[in-house]
Write a protein of this length. Structure first.
Length: 190
């Protein structure tokens, strides 16, 4: 495993914003490597995700703590789900609260070709939390919940939209190639 594989680069392979947010931790060999270490890093993620302009983020350490809390709730939810365990009531309550807060800040706006929901918030943290919470609401209650998988190589979450739902890796180009190379080398060694 090269260091490059675990460079703390934000990637967006989840297929849903809440999954991309969950993938801001790396799990090399069951170790937990935090990628949202500072307000600057959270702002960077928000910028790359198209949520906020990084230079105007104005985030604090406390904001990072709150964002990481929501992020870890998303991860815990799928850990329970994939383990076949019921989701704890406390976790459902936490999501209800985050989703309700996000919805309370939304308002309908008309534009030339129709209507859209816009978020009525001035703060970058709320913008991040709201987008993640609404994405989570969409995934949890939608018919693609069963398509959320953990990558067989790196444990990142992704939405398997392949036709026969047989995808095992967050990215064929990185994790998939790595697994195939490893099994090829094992076969060669016999
Ligand atoms: Zn992966």
């Amino acid at each position: 495993m090269t260091n490059k594989t675990y460079a703390k680069v934000f990637r967006f392979r989840g297929g849903e914003l809440c999954l991309d947010f969950a993938n801001t931790i790396q799990w090399p060999r069951s170790k937990r490597i935090e990628m949202l270490e500072t307000p600057g890093r959270l702002a960077e993620w928000a910028g790359l995700a198209g949520i906020a302009q990084t230079e105007t983020a104005g985030l604090t350490e406390r904001d990072v703590t709150r964002a990481v809390q929501l992020r870890d709730e998303v991860i815990t939810f799928f850990t329970f789900l994939h383990g076949g365990q019921p989701i704890p009531d406390s976790l459902l309550t936490a999501f209800t609260s985050s989703i309700n807060a996000a919805r309370s800040r939304q308002h309908l706006r008309q534009h030339s070709s129709g209507f859209e929901w816009q978020s009525n918030t001035g703060g970058t943290l709320d913008m991040i939390l709201d987008r993640v919470a609404l994405s989570m609401a969409h995934v949890i209650t939608g018919d693609q919940l069963a398509c959320v998988k953990a990558c067989a190589m790196c444990d990142w979450l992704f939405l398997d939209t392949s036709r026969n739902h047989s995808r095992r890796w967050c990215s064929m180009d990185s994790c998939g190639v790595h697994v195939k190379m490893r099994s090829y080398n094992e076969r060669r060694r016999g």
